[in-house]
Design a protein. Structure first.
Length: 200
């Protein structure tokens, strides 16, 4: 989960390593779902709903999801006022399978609707999508924690908030084993994440 790694985890690692100097961190950032057993990984961070799995999960937080675009994009292409207006805009997507193939909204009557993702930009991870949105490439839909500093600074503008269904992106740490079978280094890292991560 690249955005989490870059914006939340890496800034915390000095504190973790200072607290546990005998532990070595081997960090890989990817938005692809990896097989922990095959990759010999202790912990993975996953965003979104968790599928059926033998893995154990600990919730790290949740964040509202927001549709955003750069002022430069909106100056060139106009500002969508309703979900239907998105037909005339480039909605950036991911180049891997997602749980929901589209962006959820509610219409003016409160009914749920899904707007398909159609545009000429697909990206491999959320941080790439954020950077593409900042460059004015298209409209993005990302966890609010990820783009909050850009919104506060005026680099990105929230869109269609009246139609936002209020869904939230969950973030979990997943791992193999529990109880006495869980290595001390993994338990220490999980406890540290639960203690320090803030996504609201």
């Amino acid at each position: 989960y690249v955005p989490f790694g870059q914006h939340r985890l890496i800034p915390l690692l000095p504190r973790f390593l200072e607290r546990y100097p005998e532990i070595t961190i081997d960090l890989v950032l990817t938005d692809h779902v990896i097989d922990l057993m095959e990759e010999r990984a202790d912990v993975a961070i996953r965003a979104g709903p968790l599928g059926e799995s033998r893995l154990v999960a600990r919730k790290l937080g949740q964040s509202p999801v927001v549709v955003v675009a750069a002022p430069s994009y909106l100056r060139t292409h106009g500002t969508p006022r309703t979900p239907a207006d998105l037909d005339h805009h480039s909605r950036m997507g991911f180049c891997f399978v997602r749980h929901v193939d589209g962006w959820p909204f509610v219409d003016s009557a409160g009914e749920a609707l899904i707007v398909p993702i159609t545009g000429n930009a697909l990206v491999s991870d959320g941080e790439a999508m954020r950077l593409m949105a900042l460059s004015g490439t298209g409209i993005a839909r990302l966890a609010r924690w990820h783009v909050e500093p850009d919104i506060a600074a005026g680099r990105l503008v929230p869109l269609l908030e009246d139609f936002n269904p209020g869904d939230e992106e969950l973030t979990h740490a997943v791992y193999v084993g529990q109880g006495k079978h869980l290595p001390a280094r993994v338990r220490a890292f999980l406890d540290f994440l639960v203690e320090t991560v803030r996504l609201a």
